[in-house]
Design a protein around this ligand. Structure first.
Ligand code: MN
Length: 724
């Protein structure tokens, strides 16, 4: 065993020496020592770990680095090839990588590690499109994706060592659905073809074998050989003065399989089973070669395609034609330049190489721009979305349900958005969330690849406070709808009890008939609406009494007068006019009380002059005043002496009380017993146990409000109350 390992290491060292020479030749900026350090580091980190094949684990990173070298990638990518599994599979931390190999390489390793962690979660093929986007979104540096593809290619090449059939199929499915299409979109055809062919043999071995044997039969029984056809074509080209190599190859079983599925034709009809490629030096030679072939052989109509004048979105260029070749064989021919050929085989990796050569101005991502330019030519909007800008997905986040389904959300989305995206019922009853197995607050912002498990409870209901940390329209509309219904219920029961109280206080009988009259007066279709309106502070209870019994001397004179002033200014909590006695004002100035601090007689007050809007009155300790810097627009004010007990001002309280039957009405009773009049009430937060409310009360002055606060503090249901 030890001997085997030593032999293996010797072979590896030899392979490494060759690899290093190649990388140095391809990337002049190669830091030779660093490449060697990476190789050494990965051998030590993986130590005695073994692959499923029984080989030492470090054969895998070496193979991946080799694939990247063959793709002619830069030395940083090759180094990442060596290191790509150290963070995932050994005790090495990303910080250590950063320390030893620098930030760029650490970022690459981190990116590949994150993609590897994703793999573990994906099972659902119908999610493939989203998953591909996720992979793209996470590959902020396209090299991460290329390294990931190299890793996957080696894993596919060694997949036969895995014993679990189920695992082999899962990995193959993922390769087929996620990685092969990504490779194709990046123009890496060679890599794509190999990934597909291996995956195909695990996913549909029967189809593959029957295609292969059919292909073999055709080749063996053809009355011509590939060599004979090549010979004939070379001659045809020579007649037109073109000396160019012609390559012939059998098509792969999977490419035929795909064509069969795509075009719905049987194998018998698929006669062009051989593909030939002519590689020339210049673009004019491409067309000359085409002319030579079309001159000598019959052309199959409708099969000629000019991808030179109109390249494919991923940058692919070639001329395609189908001919009835020598010996009546149907053959597919591709004609391209050498440069086009490299791009056709290596795609993005080739672009990297080309761009790299003339962008040594420190802009290491210039090549990516170039790539994006190419990708931008995509016509299909869906593809466009996916290709145009990798950073386009930076405004989306993709998260998993516990079952592995992918949910796509706008970035900044929280667990609540996620819950509503899964199902509105899940959102409505969300009580807690586990993100990647850890219990987290519901307001937690989600990250790409998070696995999110929403914990629900039948008794939980949406909270208005959720609105503060959601970003999706779906969540918002559901929460609002629920809160509206809830609040209406609250307002209506509050309004009802307020009305009943008022009638009792005025010693008038409360009948349905009398209330119906009031409802009609205000054009409400039912009593509930009237109650809700009173609860919400649109009408005062006394107003209701006076309309129900217009002839009765309901209420005190003063309050009736009050009603009259209120009718003039229906919004009660603002626009008290300047008839209110305040010293320090210039006469004729429009005055209103600021909604932020609700000043009351007894408070020390300050006015802020607003152009065109008159004077806003604030308490002098209001935050707005404190941060207001234009001293010449501040007015020093004080309350006048001729205030009467009938002058009412809005005081605002913030309270938390225990969520209990009758709590709201105990609250409102206590307030009205202290001659306070609730004009507005807003529930700001509801949990299982507590309600937070903001409540506006008509009071005479600060003392009056303080008495009410004191009274409310004595209630057993009150948890917290403060002027707000
Ligand atoms: Mn790996």
């Amino acid at each position: 065993m030890i001997k085997e390992v030593i032999l293996c290491v010797i072979a590896m060292n030899r392979q490494f020496d060759d690899l290093l020479e190649k990388v140095k030749a391809q990337d002049p900026s190669t830091d030779e020592d660093l490449v060697w350090k990476a190789y050494d580091f990965c051998m030590k980190a993986h130590g005695s770990q073994l692959r499923a094949s029984g080989d030492p684990y470090f054969t895998h990173p070496l193979a991946v680095a080799q694939i990247l070298t063959d793709l002619r990638m830069d030395h940083q990518s090759v180094i990442t090839g060596f290191l790509h599994d150290t963070v995932e599979d050994t005790l090495v931390s990303i910080e250590e990588i950063k320390e030893r190999f620098g930030e760029n390489i650490a970022n690459l390793v981190d990116g590949v590690t994150k993609l590897s962690q994703l793999e573990l979660q994906s099972e659902h093929t119908k999610q493939a499109e989203n998953f591909r986007k996720l992979v793209l979104a996470m590959s902020t540096d396209i090299r991460v994706l290329i390294i990931k593809l190299a890793d996957r290619l080696h894993n596919m090449r060694t997949l036969h060592y895995i014993t679990s059939e189920e695992k082999k199929r899962r990995i193959s499915r993922e390769t087929m659905d996620i990685y092969a299409p990504l490779a194709e979109r990046m123009g890496m055809h060679q890599l794509k073809d190999e990934l597909e062919d291996i995956a195909f043999s695990y996913l549909n071995l029967e189809a593959k074998e029957s295609l292969q044997s059919r292909l073999n039969f055709l080749y063996e029984n053809a009355d011509y050989t590939v060599e004979a056809i090549i010979e004939d074509m070379v001659l045809a080209l020579k007649e037109h003065g073109i000396e160019a190599p012609v390559n012939g190859r059998q098509k792969t079983p999977y490419s035929i399989w795909r064509k069969m599925q795509h075009k719905r034709i049987a194998f018998e009809q698929l006669s062009d089973i051989m593909a030939f490629r002519i590689t020339v030096d210049t673009i004019p030679e491409c067309y000359q070669a085409l002319g030579a072939l079309h001159n000598k052989y019959l052309v199959l109509p409708g099969r000629f395609k000019d991808y030179i004048s109109t390249p494919k979105p991923n940058g692919y260029q070639s001329l395609h034609t189908v001919l009835i070749g020598p010996f009546n064989s149907r053959i597919e021919v591709q004609i391209r330049t050498k440069k086009m050929h490299i791009i056709a085989e290596y795609g993005i990796a080739a672009h990297w190489q080309y761009k790299q050569n003339f962008s040594h101005d420190g802009k290491q991502y210039a090549w990516l721009r170039g790539l994006l330019d190419i990708l931008e030519q995509t016509s299909n909007p869906e593809e466009f979305m996916e290709h145009t800008r990798l950073e386009m997905f930076q405004d989306q986040v993709f998260c998993f349900t516990p079952k592995g389904e992918l949910i796509s959300l706008p970035s900044g989305a929280t667990s609540i958005d996620f819950a509503y995206a899964v199902h509105s019922q899940v959102g409505d009853h969300a009580t807690a969330v586990k993100i990647n197995g850890r219990l987290m607050p519901l307001r937690t912002v989600l990250n790409n690849g998070d696995q999110v498990e929403i914990i629900t409870s039948k008794t939980q209901t949406p909270s208005p406070t959720w609105e503060r940390f959601i970003v999706t329209g779906k969540a918002r509309s559901r929460i609002r709808k629920f809160v509206r219904i809830q609040q209406r219920g609250q307002f209506s029961s509050l309004g009802k009890s307020m009305i009943h109280k008022a009638f009792q206080q005025e010693h008038v009988e409360i009948t349905e008939k009398s209330l119906d009259r009031v409802a009609r007066h205000f054009k409400y279709t039912n009593l509930e609406d009237l109650y809700a309106a009173v609860g919400e502070g649109i009408h005062t209870p006394r107003e209701i009494v006076s309309i129900a019994y217009p002839d009765e001397k309901a209420g005190q004179k003063l309050s009736l007068e009050e009603e009259l002033t209120k009718k003039k200014t229906p919004s009660i909590n603002k626009d008290k006019d300047s008839a209110i006695s305040i010293k320090g004002l210039i006469s004729g100035m429009a005055v209103h009380f600021a909604g932020c601090c609700h000043p009351l007689p007894g408070d020390s007050i300050v006015g802020i002059v607003k152009t065109g809007k008159g004077v806003a009155i604030h308490t002098s300790d209001c935050d707005i005043v404190k941060s207001f810097t234009e001293v010449d627009r501040l007015l020093d004010l004080s309350w006048g002496e001729n205030l009467t007990p009938d002058d009412k001002f809005v005081g605002r309280l913030k309270a938390t009380f225990i969520n209990k039957q009758g709590a709201l009405s105990a609250f409102s009773t206590a307030i009205s017993k202290q001659n306070g009049n609730i004009v507005n009430l807003k529930i700001t937060n509801r949990t299982l146990n507590f309600w937070d409310i903001i409540i506006d009360i008509d009071v005479r002055n600060v003392e009056h409000l303080n008495v009410i606060i004191a009274r409310l503090r004595t209630l057993p249901i009150t948890n917290f109350i403060e002027r707000f």
